[in-house]
Design a protein around this ligand. Structure first.
Ligand SMILES: Nc1ncnc2c1ncn2[C@@H]1O[C@H](COP(=O)(O)OP(=O)(O)OP(=O)(O)O)[C@@H](O)[C@H]1O
Length: 249
């Protein structure tokens, strides 16, 4: 098991906002996390990514309990991509190289790796540009390069493409799907849109009011076999677009 949450509780402002009894991620597993606004998806992701300390419970990384002592070492084996690219006001190259520097990789080895990932994400020509002048899609390509260049064992993505227009989003989802398949990285992808998931995986966790309420195949959900009210609610936009498609025909 790559990562496991056990008896996790997160309390903020005296309110429980996340409870996870037992949830594991196998090596190479790709999990999409879906749920309504405020359900706790980002909190869940941040706890898994060791960015937010739970109020109670235990986290295991490859079977070893995460403690204050080993936390940083484990975190360095992970990478996170947020909805907002959070790029520094320096060149694209330096943005992608930054995490490598923290991990002690510099010089020609860093340059080789950064160039490889800039090329792989189709942004080699942006190497010397500053993030301020990039489009939203280009900026997220930089964020992906910055994450993949670290060769993480797990990559966490929190609604990375939600702010992008639809065609750009589809392009990036397809590319991300191919990258994850090629690298074999374990991945957790937060979204609020069922349409995004098939590009990446068939494996879904549904979070509702601070708790995972389903973990299983997207196919089961789309076939109407999961009757939870929250799932029905999340499926409504899909049904609407099907109705519109029927109407167009
Ligand atoms: N630091 C905090 N202090 C108080 N409440 C918090 C804190 N962080 C999150 N919350 C609350 O916990 C709940 C879950 O938030 P979270 O951001 O994890 O949900 P989400 O599913 O990612 O939402 P969205 O889809 O809107 O981004 C929300 O009600 C939020 O207001």
């Amino acid at each position: 098991m790559m990562l496991r949450l056990k008896d996790i509780l997160v309390v903020r402002d005296k309110k429980p906002i996340l409870r996870v009894n037992d949830l594991g991620l196998a090596q190479g597993e790709r999990l999409a996390v879906i749920g309504p606004n405020g359900a706790g998806k980002s909190t869940f992701l941040k706890v898994l990514a060791l960015l937010e300390q739970p109020t109670a419970g235990e986290i295991f990384f490859r079977g070893e309990r995460v403690t204050a002592k080993n936390l940083l070492a484990f975190r360095r084996r992970m990478a996170v991509v947020f909805q907002e690219p959070l790029l520094l006001n320096t060149t694209v190259f330096d943005n992608v190289a930054q995490g490598l520097k923290f991990r002690g990789v510099s010089g020609s080895e860093a340059e080789r790796r950064v160039d490889y990932w800039l090329d792989r994400l189709g942004i080699a020509e942006l190497r010397h540009r500053r993030p301020l002048h990039l489009s939203g899609g280009e900026a997220q390509r930089v964020s992906l390069a910055r994450a993949f260049v670290l060769e993480p064992e797990i990559i966490f993505l929190d609604e990375p493409f939600s702010a992008l227009d639809f065609p750009t989003r589809i392009d990036l989802l397809e590319e991300l799907g191919a990258l994850l398949a090629n690298t074999g990285a374990t991945a957790v992808f937060v979204t609020h849109d069922f349409n995004e998931i098939p590009h990446l995986t068939d494996n879904v966790a549904v979070i509702d009011r601070g708790q995972p309420v389903y973990k299983g195949a997207l196919k089961e959900i789309l076939a109407g076999k999961v009757t939870l009210p929250v799932v029905r609610h999340l499926l409504r936009p899909l049904q609407k677009s099907r109705q519109i498609n029927e109407y167009i025909k």
